[in-house]
Design a protein around this ligand. Structure first.
Ligand code: ATP
Ligand code: MG
Length: 416
């Protein structure tokens, strides 16, 4: 199957409308996590009814949606009910079975489509697209090799010393640095592959990163695309910790290049919806750094949460517009912003005792916007919420972000 989808003629689903059977305009989402919750909020604000399919009775999006279909993602009855209730459907969960999207697409417009979600779910396919087909304005991905068999492992050990030290990543189901092992030698590589269950993997060369950034693009059924300027991201232990979103967050020439590359990728894929493309800025000794494409997420992204508070149109608004066939407004950022991710750690003190974060102090800081996802149980590494700080200028935003990070006991935020 080709990655290009032939855009269906999409009849817009207008908010607040009622069809001939008296059914209210309803948008559906496969997956009930925090991304689904923020999408539901955006859809409801516009006047849509919403339906969420997620097996968890307490899912963040299910809790706030008009309809919550509580079945497995591949349950035919659940999928039929979702299709029955909704005039357009999206996904918020990267590892949703692509087959479920295909089933839904038989009767409803589904954005993004099963083919492109399938590509993004598999690092091997994704990298093949980055290197071969896609016009990424000359931006390459990190040097890598595919390891799916013992013979490939041996071949890499024999011929690809250039990839060490490297990171072995499972081709499928990785997120937040899970399914990744850092390796320095051929022996470590063999041990890591065994540790990962000898599943299909890619070995990527470890690059000297000067920075990381991501670009959000939204593309409509008609091929029109809009985008945000790149945001700079800081990861701690493989999980996004901080997003810097303001002018001057990275060298302007690299920012333009990353943005162009992301838009070309969305066009090349015939993508419909919000796409996030992650890039590395590699320290190449030039002082400027060079760009490498890391991966893409076929959905709104954690690094784009600042758009809720710092832009006139958020990434979730754009996802709603794109999936429903509404016009795509070009987003405008009105305030510089820093986003701090709030992982479960924030709910524990240094001795591992449960505590409530000091919201009184945090929320008394000017320009703080708290978003909690409605998850009952705080666990280490679990994304519980985020705090966006906006302000009149970057220095004020930085100072407030530092203070908020101190109050919350956020680790590893030296770069603020
Ligand atoms: P996500 O939560 O973004 O889906 P993921 O688990 O899919 O993450 P990656 O984005 O591939 O994983 O990697 C996580 C982080 O590990 C990157 O953001 C980067 O900090 C680091 N990293 C990954 N690959 C490399 C590399 N080749 N060289 C240096 N650092 C890397
Ligand atoms: Mg990543």
């Amino acid at each position: 199957m080709s990655a290009k989808t032939h855009n269906l003629a999409m009849t817009p689903v207008f908010p607040g409308s009622t069809d001939a059977d008296g059914q209210r305009a309803t948008l559906g989402v496969l997956g009930g996590g925090q991304l689904g919750r923020m999408l539901v909020h955006a859809a409801q604000r516009l006047g849509y009814f919403t339906a969420v399919l997620d097996p968890d009775a307490q899912s963040p999006a299910g809790l706030v949606s008009h309809h919550h279909i509580q079945t497995a993602y591949d349950d035919p009855t659940g999928l039929a009910e979702l299709a029955h209730l909704c005039q357009a459907i999206t996904t918020e969960f990267e590892n949703v079975p692509a087959q479920a999207l295909q089933t839904l697409a038989l009767t409803r417009p589904v954005a993004p489509g099963a083919v492109v979600v399938g590509i993004a779910q598999d690092r091997i396919e994704e990298k093949a697209h980055f290197t071969a087909g896609a016009d990424l304005s000359g931006v390459a991905c990190a040097p890598y090799a595919v390891i799916e068999t013992p013979a490939q492992l041996q071949a890499v050990r024999a011929d690809r010393a250039d990839l060490l030290p490297g990171i072995l990543k499972t081709a499928r189901m990785g997120y937040d640095g899970k399914g990744q092992v850092r390796v320095k030698t051929g022996d470590e590589l063999a041990a890591a592959w065994a540790e990962l269950g000898s599943v299909a993997c890619v070995l990527e060369k470890m690059l000297p990163l000067a920075a990381e950034c991501s670009v959000l693009v939204a593309r409509g059924w008609d091929g029109q695309a809009v985008s945000y300027a790149p945001q700079r991201n800081v990861h701690v232990d493989g999980i996004l910790a901080v997003t810097h979103a303001y002018e001057g967050n990275m060298p302007p020439a690299l920012a333009t290049r990353a943005r162009n590359a992301a838009v070309s990728l969305a066009q090349h894929l015939g993508y419909v919806g919000v796409l996030c493309v992650e890039f590395f800025v590699v320290d190449d000794g030039s002082g400027q750094g060079s760009l490498v494409v890391n991966e893409m997420a076929p959905r709104p992204h954690n690094s784009g949460h600042y758009t809720l508070d710092a832009c006139d149109v958020s990434q979730f608004d754009l996802q709603v517009h794109a999936m429903a066939g509404l016009p795509l407004p070009s987003p405008r950022q009105h305030s510089p912003a820093i986003m701090l991710n709030l992982l479960g750690e924030v709910w524990f003190d240094g001795n591992g005792q449960r505590r409530e974060p000091d919201w009184q102090a945090v929320l008394s800081l000017p320009g703080t916007h708290l978003h909690l996802y409605g998850k009952a149980e705080a666990r280490i590494g679990r994304k519980m919420g985020h705090l966006t700080i906006t302000g009149p200028d970057v220095e004020v935003v930085r100072t407030t972000a530092r203070r908020a990070a101190e109050l919350l006991g956020l680790p590893g935020l030296d770069g603020l």
